[in-house]
Ligand binder design. Structure first.
Ligand SMILES: [Zn+2]
Ligand SMILES: [Zn+2]
Length: 349
């Protein structure tokens, strides 16, 4: 049985229910970015996400491009570095090869020049040194007299003049031996010019020479002068005493020149030699290093080097060479360059 209260219960109509459902649906099913197709008219979420996506894509693309560029740049850089490394290795090998070829060439030349130092040459040097000592002693003994003692200015004046003259002579002889002739030149080739060629090929070789080999040739050069000073008659007057004193000292400094030259290439020296070098009384290492630069065409004076700057400033050696080349057609230092032309900058210790 139904009651009146039960009869009052009303049920919603189907159309009303459908309309109510349609009105409630948006609230019940909120829009989500994933559930809705991506169109420009369908809300902020879609647009921002789409733009973000594009930006992301662009960024990724840029990153990919950057990575790709970076990879290609790195690859290019690597290739360049590899090429550079290979080139440097190649250059280094070439340099090492050139260096070893140069060193072996210098060694061969040095050995060749050394082998030409004969027993006959050694005997000649010994005779020259002994003759020098005997003749110098006789000359000095003649020089000292009461007249000389009372006129000491003769000694100082002749000393300065003898040192300047010896320096100039050393320049002339050095220049002539360096610039002209060869080892085949008669008389002086193998004996005199040989040592100059050897010196440019291996400058320090002379520091290994003993007293005889160092000074033999220079002793020989002084013999004619010392024969005169030892045996010529000397009067007690200013002129004779000055001449005697000048010639004896000239012979002394000429003889000492190659020893001084050797000292300019030597590291460990007695303190008095260093003192003389430092005060410019004898050839300094620094001055002589100027000569040892290829092509060895200046600063030939090697006794004290006082004349080197002056002669260089007037182009003395160059002018002299031009005159000789004009008269004979000979090329300066042709033979020297054949021996020492490889030495870009020969060391001067
Ligand atoms: Zn020289
Ligand atoms: Zn030298």
């Amino acid at each position: 049985m139904t009651t009146l209260d039960e009869e009052r219960i009303t049920y919603p109509k189907l159309d009303d229910l459908i309309e109510q459902h349609q009105q409630q649906q948006p609230e019940q099913q909120p829009l989500t970015p994933t559930s809705i197709p991506s169109t420009a008219s369908q809300g902020l979420f879609v647009d921002v996400d789409s733009e973000n996506g594009k930006l992301k894509q662009r960024k990724q693309s840029q990153q990919q491009q950057q990575v790709s560029t970076s990879v290609s740049f790195n690859k290019q850089q690597e290739e360049e570095e590899e090429e550079e490394y290979n080139n440097s290795n190649e250059n280094s090998l070439n340099n090492n090869n050139s260096k070893s070829i140069l060193q072996s060439s210098i060694k061969e030349k040095s050995a060749d020049l050394k082998s030409r130092y004969t027993a006959g040459k050694r005997r000649q040097e010994i005779v020259s040194v002994v003759s020098f000592v005997v003749l110098l002693s006789l000359s000095i003994e003649k020089m000292f007299s009461w007249y000389f003692a009372r006129n000491i200015w003769i000694f100082f004046l002749s000393t300065v003049l003898a040192m300047l003259t010896a320096d100039f002579f050393s320049g002339i002889v050095h220049w002539a031996a360096d610039t002209w002739g060869s080892l085949d030149t008669p008389l002086v080739g193998n004996s005199f010019i040989r040592s100059f060629r050897e010196h440019h090929v291996v400058p320090t070789q002379m520091t290994k020479h003993d007293f005889i080999e160092t000074n033999g040739d220079n002793c020989m050069l002084t013999i004619p002068v010392l024969l005169f000073t030892a045996f010529a008659k000397v009067n007690d007057d200013s002129y004779d005493m000055f001449l005697q004193c000048f010639l004896v000292q000239l012979a002394f400094w000429v003889m000492l020149t190659n020893q001084i030259h050797k000292w300019s290439h030597t590291y460990s020296l007695p303190s008095f030699v260093s003192f003389l070098q430092n005060y410019g009384i004898i050839l300094s290492k620094r001055d002589h290093a100027v000569h040892h630069r290829n092509p060895f065409d200046k600063y030939y004076c090697i006794t004290n080097g006082w004349l080197n700057p002056y002669l260089a400033s007037i182009g003395f050696w160059k002018r002299l060479e031009e005159i000789i080349t004009h008269c004979t057609g000979a090329i300066p230092r042709a033979d020297d360059q054949a021996w020492a032309g490889d030495n870009v900058d020969a060391p001067c210790e």
